[in-house]
Write a protein that binds this ligand. Sequence first.
Ligand code: BG6
Length: 516
Amino acid sequence: MAENFNLEELQNPSAVFFLFGATGDLARRKLFPAIYSLYREGKLKEDFAVIGVARRSRSQEEFREDVYQSIREFCRYKTEDNEEWRVFAQHFEYKSLDINDVNGFRELKEQTEKIEERYNIPGNRMFYLALAPELFGNVSFNLEKGGMLEGPGWNRLVIEKPFGYDLKSAEKLNEQIRQVFEEEEIYRIDHYLGKEMVQNIEVIRFSNAFFEPLWNNMHIANIQITLSETVGVEERGGYYDHAGALKDMGQNHMLQTLAMIAMEPPSRLLPEDIRDEKVKVLRSLRPYKTNDEVEENVIRGQYIKGSARGQDLPAYRDEDKVDPNSNTETYFATRLFVDNFRWAGVPFYIRTGKRLPVKTTEIVVEFRSMPTNVYLGQKHKLEPNLLVIRVNPMEGIYVKINAKKPGSENDIQPVAMDFCQSCMVGINSPEAYERLLHDAARGESTYFTRWDEVASAWSFVDHIAKAWADEPSKLSTYPAGSWGPKEADELLAKDGFHWWPVNGQDEDNVVWQKYN
Ligand code: BG6
């Protein structure tokens, strides 16, 4: 049933949270700490409970100990083994379950009803599946068969990416879960949408008189989105070698960020209005249909051995659980076009990679250059204005402008006007998962991806994946610790642009450098 967004829930989402995959990495690193932060901030009161579900057997005490250790290690709030902790920990229970066995779900139902009674929870149930997508269908069917969806309150399904491996598998998956849940009850997580600065894009754009009028092809020359990581594939080689950068980061985080940058202002700031505008962007992406078009516009690379900060780094093919002959890309960069009135002719360049020199997420909006006749013959060439949105790890925005160099005749130098959110004392931005868990629990779906967005993103990505599958060995390489294959620089150079250095550093270390 479609739900209403209700004021009381806004203040206090009273529910049982079922974490499927409770012994996994996501629960340990992100979900338990997020729940604890929400509790510490009063966003969860005493009327909530968490039931961790996984196959492994665990006593209630062992499970609570896992939760304790995870919070100690990963939470932005610290805890001690004291009375406050014990009260919180009592809200956690564990259920060992084979997800193919409906009887286990019936037992879960009894356990749930008891805990709902104990904490006075009105039957609201949120099922968070931190599981492989192949399991989403079966879990949904058994939740229904086991009577778990018959409570008096709402039911919501929260699922993690990857949502399928291509459009076809995503459709199949969606069909399965839609047999049990309505679209309005499904919350597809893209944790980038939970990041403060990604959400801030909307506010920066739509509430500032000097950005929105310039936000189009008359004034913007190009837009660059960089999601760079220093880590390699870590222990996730088994998954990553089948996914690759395009599906791991491109289909979801990067296209979602692009949609936030490129969307039209919605008529109201309501979830469906915003999602309608985002999906229009994804549908307007110019598809690369032939292999030649893909080759011309998309670069893929894989890291070979290299070094960073004095440390030798192995090649991707030598990483654990990776096929030694793998052609999976650990880097990709592409030039995209949003074929609508606002963006006609403006290239969007996006790039992501593992084992790059810095961890950062940054969006650079490069404005068209001013006519240079007035300043011809100056020592420094007039640089274009930039608006830089820093998403992570630093949060903030800055605008790069040209100004007179103090004391000089008329020398021009670039300077930055900046707002550094993460430098401000007392600002400790919530983790993306805190925000998203809280939103799902109060029925706020703006920052979750709707099915039509997922489908449009897959149709765009599928063309690229197919071209690569036809010619798997056409893959560039880059040394671990470098900025990716040189072809990615050439991609911009042929349009007369270059990647702006991230972190406000450029080769000359000029004064607009702000964030070392
Ligand atoms: C995940 C990817 O979705 O995002 C990972 O699967 C990647 O490969 C991670 O490391 C990056 O997220 P963040 O928030 O650290 O930028």
